[in-house]
Design a protein around this ligand. Structure first.
Ligand code: NDP
Length: 251
């Protein structure tokens, strides 16, 4: 069979580590040309070099996607570099502290909302404009199981990921007749810098999460990327506005 993303130009935000970096590998493995966006240039440059060494077409753009202008520039860079934008994986995000709600600081709230919600707003609007200009496209937002159910001691994170679901459904509705599909993945606990930080600071949390997960383990980032690749592909043309848990049965 033909590769899932053959010939597609894909933008990945938060591509410097974790799920986004795995997506860069999975998407290029499926034939996509990718533009990687994040803030840590050294990570992006190393990953692009690795992908190119494997014969993939990949470029990077340094962007803090909490900033509207930088998000716009990242989308424009993809269009300028490869001529169009077919697919976007809005994945950049932070985990924030795990703290009971009444003890959480406003700083944590602000960072989570800026990084997990405003970034999706910033990126999606420009991605949609670029896709409309090109006759269509597909978007996958990275929500979380926290976009579907409450995660204990993570109230602002839970709210931020519910907001990502809201943007996903709204955009899916608005652009359904203009050739743009918008879906979300809702990963369960996945091995990445976010969870290394959470597990490092909260002894017992990893075991607790695993015991609440029917498959009894955390996900590998590639497992989330594989689901995103399929949603971004042309294999599911009638699939839009959906939120797909990739969670070992957690939800
Ligand atoms: P990582 O911390 O490994 O990756 C987060 C990525 O987001 C990094 O590439 C980081 O790059 C980027 N990023 C953060 N802030 C910004 C910013 N302001 N502008 C641009 N890029 C930014 O964690 P994950 O891979 O786990 O996280 C990816 C997504 O997956 C997040 O949205 C997270 O909420 C979601 N998720 C994760 C789960 C998990 O268990 N790990 C479960 C469910 C959802 P840089 O610092 O270089 O900018």
């Amino acid at each position: 069979a033909e590769d899932l993303l053959s010939g597609k130009v894909a933008l990945i935000t938060g591509a410097s580590s974790g799920i986004g970096a795995a997506a860069a590998k999975v998407f290029t493995g499926e034939g996509a040309r990718v533009v990687l966006a994040a803030r840590r240039e050294d990570r992006l440059a190393a990953l692009v070099e690795e992908l190119r060494a494997q014969g993939a077409e990949a470029s990077y753009v340094v962007a803090d996607v909490t900033d509207g202008e930088q998000a716009a520039r990242a989308v424009q860079f993809a269009v300028d570099t490869y001529g169009r934008l077919d697919a976007a994986f809005n994945n950049a995000g932070v985990g924030g502290d795990r703290t009971p709600m009444h003890l959480m600081t406003d700083d944590v709230y602000d960072t989570l909302m800026d990084t997990n919600v405003r970034s999706v707003w910033n990126c999606m609007r420009h991605e949609i404009a670029a896709m409309l200009a090109g006759g269509g496209g597909t978007i996958v937002n990275n929500s979380s199981v926290a976009g579907l159910v409450a995660i204990p001691t993570a109230a602002p994170y839970t709210a931020s990921k519910h907001a990502v679901v809201g943007f996903t459904r709204a955009a899916a509705d608005e652009y359904a007749q203009q050739g743009i599909r918008v879906n979300a993945v809702a990963p369960g606990t996945t091995r990445s810098e976010i969870t290394a930080d959470w597990f490092g600071r909260n002894p017992g949390l990893e075991d607790m999460v695993n015991s609440m997960t029917p498959q009894g383990r955390t996900a590998e980032p590639e497992e989330i990327a594989a689901a995103a690749a399929w949603l971004l592909s042309d294999r599911c043309p009638f699939l839009t506005g959906t939120v797909m848990p990739v969670d070992g049965g957690f939800v």
